[in-house]
Design a protein around this ligand. Structure first.
Ligand SMILES: NC(=O)c1ccc[n+]([C@@H]2O[C@H](COP(=O)([O-])OP(=O)(O)OC[C@H]3O[C@@H](n4cnc5c(N)ncnc54)[C@H](O)[C@@H]3O)[C@@H](O)[C@H]2O)c1
Length: 347
């Protein structure tokens, strides 16, 4: 809660406005699902950062849709089970009644990554692994640049070495910077970024564009030599960006009120100056995803808070077995705004 009193109402952001789910793919997962269920063998989806918040939820959807799922995570921002497993992924398997394959692997370790790609025939990659805290990124720039950028380069190299060209990349609305207009559509200029976290995402978007441009040139050249290869290469040269979100902006105070309503508790907060790197208001036009992917957000703020509170109440210490934050577990009147990152901790 970072704005001054006057500014608070203007500090609007669309929670879970991912922007820029980037598809580099010849086929879209939705269509593929229909096809695979008819006659193709099950496809393997490789999910990076799959023990994290969005990753573990995505894994549930993938398992339900009958994909074979291989997940890697290094636990830098997820709870590490005592048995080397990820509790969030054990839960995903429990919910779906299906198994997945998990490796504790740091994307910065290219050798480990290569070994996993040699063991499995990967059809698609969904890339979530990244550090994502705007404020922390300003304090630890080198860590963010290395973790987000070098690891993505390793991933792209290993994918290319193994002939895998289908990637969904989870970027961020922060690449739009301070909006020139609202709601932000995919044509809005990018690059005027105010945080290190945003700069890592923007740099990666540029990298993906460059890779696709180069692949496209290569495919045109190959076309003259070897027609057969054309199909494979044209698949690699398609890049599409989609905003994902509800299309509605909410203020920070609206979020506080919504949490108070569903939890029937008082949220303790202080109004302070905006954090370095924060954007005052931002919400997205997500109509392209609806038009082209048939994707539309079905839950609004109240439902999000209700689900969040139900989960938090049933899992007061998140996925951690031991109660480290006793006040989190036992607080009956006041929700403490713990500034943690780990799954399930109010942050
Ligand atoms: N949560 C949001 O609202 C939001 C919004 C926009 C974009 N995103 C993007 O979506 C992705 C997932 O976000 P999230 O909220 O689930 O974050 P998260 O921190 O819960 O998940 C990220 C996971 O990646 C893992 N990870 C990080 N670096 C790694 C590395 N080098 N090797 C292996 N694993 C690594 C972490 O341990 C963590 O489990 C991120 O790329 C983030 O930038 C999230």
């Amino acid at each position: 809660l970072t704005s001054t009193a006057k500014e608070t109402e203007r500090v609007e952001s669309e929670y879970l406005f991912l922007r820029r789910l980037i598809l580099i793919a010849g086929l879209q997962l939705g269509y593929l699902e229909v096809v695979t269920s008819l006659w193709l063998p099950k496809k393997n989806v490789f999910v990076t950062g799959g023990a994290g918040f969005i990753g573990s939820h995505t894994v549930v959807e993938l398992l339900n849709a009958d994909y074979d799922v291989i997940v890697i995570d290094n636990f830098v921002n997820a709870v590490h089970g005592s048995d080397g497993q990820a509790p969030s992924l054990l839960r995903a398997q429990q919910i779906t009644g299906k198994k997945l394959t998990f490796y504790q692997c740091d994307l910065l370790n290219k050798d480990d990554l290569s070994m996993i790609f040699k063991k499995h025939k990967v059809d698609f990659v969904i890339h979530f692994a990244a550090m994502k805290a705007v404020g922390e990124s300003m304090q630890k720039p080198l860590f963010y640049y290395k973790n987000n950028i070098v690891s993505s380069i390793n991933l792209m190299e290993v994918m290319s070495e193994n002939g895998v060209y289908n990637l969904v990349f989870s970027s961020s609305c922060v690449v739009y910077g301070n909006p020139q207009y609202l709601p932000i559509d995919e044509a809005h200029p990018t690059g005027n970024v105010s945080s290190v976290y945003g700069r890592t995402k923007y740099a990666l978007e540029q990298m993906f564009e460059d890779i696709c441009r180069a692949e496209k040139m290569l495919s045109e050249y190959l076309h003259l030599i070897l027609l057969l290869e054309l199909t494979a290469y044209t698949c690699t040269s398609f890049l599409q960006v989609y905003n994902l979100g509800t299309g509605t902006g909410y203020t920070v105070l609206q979020l506080v009120q919504a949490i108070e309503k569903v939890s029937n508790k008082t949220v303790s907060y202080r109004i302070e100056a905006r954090r370095l790197g924060d954007i005052p208001s931002m919400w997205g036009d997500c109509s392209l995803a609806e038009k082209e992917l048939g994707w539309k957000a079905v839950y609004g703020l109240d439902q999000m808070c209700e689900d969040f509170w139900r989960w938090q109440s049933k899992n007061p210490t998140g996925y951690r077995c031991h109660v480290e934050d006793k006040h989190l577990a036992s607080s009956s009147e006041v929700i403490n705004t713990t500034n943690g990152h780990l799954n399930g901790v109010l942050c």
